[in-house]
Design a protein around this ligand. Structure first.
Ligand SMILES: Cc1cc2nc3c(=O)[nH]c(=O)nc-3n(C[C@H](O)[C@H](O)[C@H](O)COP(=O)(O)OP(=O)(O)OC[C@H]3O[C@@H](n4cnc5c(N)ncnc54)[C@H](O)[C@@H]3O)c2cc1C
Length: 333
């Protein structure tokens, strides 16, 4: 029988939730999750506003791994995830008419992107609005500093936040700081536009070969979103990194200008467009290891950045870490 541990997890994205589920299901840990956001899901996110709801983080996900497929079976049966059908095209720069279809089954949370995370979170002990400022204590007696309170003690703590945020939280005792430091993540600006009328675009989503914007999706083409036409537009990684600290109004203006090369946008639509800055969106250089674990300090880290910038990678990283932790607990006296 594996020893039962007190496990603290920082981050309720897909990685943190997957790890919590696998450890709780194996009945080998009392798990508590802390996330700084108002809800669960991390970058698999939905922005709600008067203008409607927008999937402003992950646009969709693919399923290649059988373990991932099996883990999603209940969510699929319950309708919390559904295939996103409709034409996915590529729009070459300056030639909005040219299109090429791509063939992959793409899935989305339904009725919004964070539906999967919400389903995974059911029954777990999760504190939201809980920004962990530091991990203090000693191995086996870790505490999480949140505002003026201290949560713990925990036998183990896992950081399931983007690599740079995990790096700043994990104490010096963690032996994998060098691996964390070599991870490179890109920023992404996301523009959200409620259209006053359907522009009749002949695609559900388009990859755009443009120096400023790289992606346009018709959010309402996803299942369960309703009919109100709305667009989600992502800037390219290179352009986002280069303009990361620019005023958001300037970023918004540049993205709208680029978008108008492909989609007609009226003045009133442009005026009500919202912008979001993701400081850590995608993974340019991953850690190249499925997870980082230090058995001596009893600290670990996982997330998409270990493997590749995809929802499925976040799941696989956390599953691999869960397997390793369970082995350690089995072997413990
Ligand atoms: C704009 C955009 C488009 C994308 N498109 C796609 C796509 O089409 N397909 C695809 O597969 N993937 C896509 N991705 C990537 C995908 O969203 C991620 O791979 C995946 O969601 C990562 O999950 P995660 O659990 O590793 O990290 P996250 O989802 O980032 O979760 C980390 C969590 O840690 C929390 N956190 C961070 N610091 C702290 C702290 N100090 N205290 C408490 N909590 C903290 C955060 O609030 C967050 O909830 C996209 C991402 C973005 C931003």
């Amino acid at each position: 029988m594996a020893r039962r541990i007190r496990l603290g997890i920082i981050g309720a994205g897909i990685a943190g939730l997957t790890l919590a589920r696998t450890m709780a299901d194996a009945d080998c840990a009392d798990v508590r999750i802390f996330d700084k956001s108002r809800g669960v899901g991390g970058r698999m996110a939905t922005r709600r506003s008067d203008a409607g709801a927008f999937d402003h983080g992950a646009q969709y996900f693919t399923i290649r791994d059988e373990r991932f497929r099996a883990a999603l079976e209940t969510a699929r049966a319950d309708g919390a995830i559904q295939p996103w059908k409709g034409a996915m095209v590529t729009l070459p720069e300056g030639d909005p008419a040219a299109q090429s279809a791509t063939e992959t089954t793409r899935y989305v949370g339904s009725p919004s992107m964070n539906a999967l995370a919400k389903a995974m979170a059911a029954g777990l002990d999760i504190q939201t609005d809980a920004h962990v400022a530091a991990i203090t204590g000693t191995p086996g007696q870790w505490f999480l500093q949140i505002g003026d309170r201290s949560e713990g003690p925990f036998d183990w703590v896992v950081a399931a936040a983007p690599a740079p945020q995990s790096a700043s939280l994990l104490p010096d005792a963690f032996t994998h700081h060098a691996a964390l430091a070599q991870v490179r993540m890109n920023a992404c600006f996301t523009l959200m536009i409620r259209q006053t009328e359907d522009a009749g675009l002949p695609f559900a989503a388009a990859r755009v070969d443009d120096p400023v914007i790289g992606w346009i999706s018709r959010n309402n083409s996803k299942p369960g979103r309703g009919d109100e036409p709305c667009l989600v537009v992502n800037a390219t990684a290179e352009w986002s990194d280069a303009n990361l600290e620019e005023p958001l109004d300037d970023v918004r203006r540049s993205m709208l200008e680029a978008l108008r090369g492909y989609v007609p946008i009226s003045t009133s639509e442009a005026e009500s467009a919202m912008i979001h800055r993701w400081r850590y969106a995608n993974v340019e250089r991953p850690a190249g290891q499925a997870f980082l674990l230090d058995d001596v300090s009893r600290l670990a880290a996982c997330g998409d950045w270990c493997i590749v910038g995809r929802v499925e990678a976040a799941f696989l990283s956390a599953m691999a870490l869960g397997d390793a932790l369970k082995e350690i607990l089995k072997a413990a006296p």
